[in-house]
Design a protein around this ligand. Structure first.
Ligand SMILES: Cc1cc2nc3c(=O)[nH]c(=O)nc-3n(C[C@H](O)[C@H](O)[C@H](O)COP(=O)(O)O)c2cc1C
Length: 187
């Protein structure tokens, strides 16, 4: 039997990412309200509260970078989600290196394995959060994550997820897209 609960953001798991924003004095913000919105063109949506120091940095530059952290960077992620760039230089505090992006002026986090460079194409005010839709204009990935064919192998990336306030390390794949036939045969 199901119990009806009040409406909430109960979707789980969700990614948790480190977004770099701002050009002259770049900042970092941890976001869990982030997801793929479109494949062609590739678009990522991020939900940011208007009161965040990062909000005007994203709005004014019209650019941001989604950095995907490793599980062992969870402390950095939590720190960047609990202190403000108004008070602290989070790059220096975390010992992170701003690296040049290829298509945007916002730096990426050199220590994170994957970075999605985004240009804002829409901003929608939804209530508590504004949804910035960013078209992905380039992806940078550590060489070690690439297969011989140049495909991104996320099993090598120690991915993290966010589940109801907890950070979870991903356990690894249990199936593959299009692999429904073997499952059917076992029935
Ligand atoms: C795990 C986690 C997820 C978060 N997700 C979001 C989010 O999706 N949107 C948002 O506006 N703030 C989110 N925050 C809060 C901001 O990261 C936090 O307020 C941060 O200190 C803002 O930094 P800033 O003032 O430098 O912009 C999250 C914090 C944590 C720890």
């Amino acid at each position: 039997m199901k119990i009806v609960k009040p409406p909430s953001t109960a979707l789980s798991p969700v990614p948790v990412v480190l977004v770099s924003c701002g050009v002259d004095r770049p900042n970092l913000i941890t976001l869990a309200w982030a997801g793929v919105a479109c494949s062609e063109p590739p678009v990522i949506g991020i939900g940011v509260r208007p009161g965040r120091f990062s909000h005007p940095l994203i709005a004014e530059a019209g650019q941001f970078v989604v950095n995907i952290p490793r599980a062992d960077q969870v402390g950095i992620l939590d720190y960047c989600g609990n202190v403000s760039g108004r008070d602290v230089d989070k790059w220096a505090a975390c010992g992170l290196t701003p690296a040049k992006a290829s298509q945007v002026r916002v730096p990426l986090v050199a220590e994170c394995p994957v970075a999605l460079e985004c240009r804002v194409i829409h901003c929608v005010s939804l209530g508590s959060h504004d949804l910035f839709l960013g078209q992905v204009v380039a992806v940078q990935a550590d060489e070690e994550l690439l297969t011989a064919e140049g495909r991104l192998d996320y099993t090598r990336a120690q991915l993290l997820a966010y589940v109801g306030g907890d950070y979870w390390q991903m356990g690894g794949p249990v199936g593959h897209y299009g692999d429904w036939r073997p499952i059917k045969r076992t029935k």
